[in-house]
Design a protein around this ligand. Structure first.
Ligand code: SF4
Length: 350
């Protein structure tokens, strides 16, 4: 059963309209933010924005001052006039929300999803083979979102459907609506206008701008290493190494990608050798055709993410694939540094 939201709940989910009302009722003025009374809030808001700017994992620690610190962090982000930081901030905040929701009471999950999507989510309390199916969503809403996921598990055929609803586990429900939570935060922040800030805040804004990496387009990077291949390609290569049958589009997609990141025709043909129906002559002809060495001598372009999704072969990573249109743009311009940091950390432990 739904309950009233307390201040701690609003601090966890400060993009909710109730949190906005709290901020308005507090009568917070921009001029006051430079005063010592607001020092802790300003510090926390700066930390929030810096987490986003530096691509760090958002912390899950929350206290009541975070209702205000969220509002102040939006002011700081908007004052930088960096739209890529705004996107990154929305994503970082959405990841924090996702982590918090995974431990949340069911009625709260319902409420957050409804606030971000206006979709009627209900608690279901079913259990199937030991899997708790805690929620249900209308089939029409499920079908608007699930086709983005390539794994078979998201097919409607593989879901429990009854009375016009799809029954879902908690992680699947949160996964289904993840991007919309990020978009809600982005839209909320985008609509805020920033007045003239006191000098002390301007100084912080300048520090944030300096700490925010300039977005780079990573398209067409020759000589890319396998650890930089996107999840869709990694998945296809794994299937191939296990001698699984790969549909025609998958082979075409893999070949265009590998040729575009610097593999030779010989190397791509060699990589195909594990497929069950391998015929070197046919494979070589096809790869040479894709490379533009035969026929009309046109080198084929790598399919876009949208095309890969439509073929059910996308294994989108929520951060590294964020906002990219082509597998050649992986990792996304915001996350390349984060990915490198994680690799270094892993290498240090080994
Ligand atoms: S979003 Fe694009 S790059 Fe990422 S897994 Fe899907 S198709 Fe591949």
């Amino acid at each position: 059963m739904a309950s009233e939201l307390g201040l701690y709940d609003l601090a966890k989910y400060p993009f909710l309209p109730e949190a906005g009302e709290y901020v308005r009722s507090h009568g917070l003025s921009v001029g006051a933010l430079a005063q010592p009374d607001y020092h802790a809030i300003l510090e926390r808001a700066t930390q929030r924005v810096m987490e986003a700017a530096r691509g760090k994992d958002p912390s899950e620690e929350v206290d009541e001052k975070d209702i205000l610190s969220f509002a102040v962090s939006i002011l700081l982000v908007k004052a930088t006039k960096l739209d890529h930081l705004l996107s990154r901030f929305a994503l970082t905040e959405a990841i924090r929300v996702e982590k918090l929701l995974s431990k949340e009471k069911p009625w709260m999950i319902e409420r957050i999803v409804e606030a971000s999507t206006s979709i009627d989510v209900s608690q279901a309390n079913l259990e199937l083979a030991g899997r708790p199916l805690e929620f249900k969503v209308p089939v029409s809403e499920y079908l608007k979102r699930a086709p983005k996921f390539s794994s078979d598990k998201w097919r409607l055929l593989n879901q429990i459907v009854d009375g016009g609803y799809v029954f879902l586990t908690r992680p699947d429900l949160i996964r289904l609506f993840r991007e919309e939570i990020s978009k809600t935060i982005y839209a909320r922040a985008k609509s805020v206008s920033v007045p003239k800030l006191p000098d002390a805040l301007e100084k912080i804004v300048n520090e944030i701008v300096e700490a925010t990496p300039t977005p780079k387009r990573l398209e067409y990077e020759r000589g890319r290493k396998p650890e930089d291949y996107p999840p869709c390609i990694v998945h296809l290569l794994e299937s191939q190494s296990k001698s699984e049958n790969i549909p025609h589009f998958g082979r075409f997609f893999m070949a265009t990608y590998l040729l575009n990141v610097g593999k030779t025709v010989d190397e791509v043909v060699e990589m195909h050798k594990t497929v069950p129906d391998f015929d070197e002559r046919v494979a070589r002809y096809q790869v040479e055709h894709i490379a533009g060495l035969r026929g009309g001598r046109t080198k084929y372009k790598v399919p876009t993410c949208r095309t890969v999704i439509s073929h059910g072969m996308c294994y989108k990573h929520p951060i590294y694939c964020y906002n990219i249109r082509s597998p050649l743009q992986y990792p996304s311009k915001y996350s390349a540094k984060l990915l490198r940091g994680k690799r270094k950390e892993k290498a240090g432990k080994e």
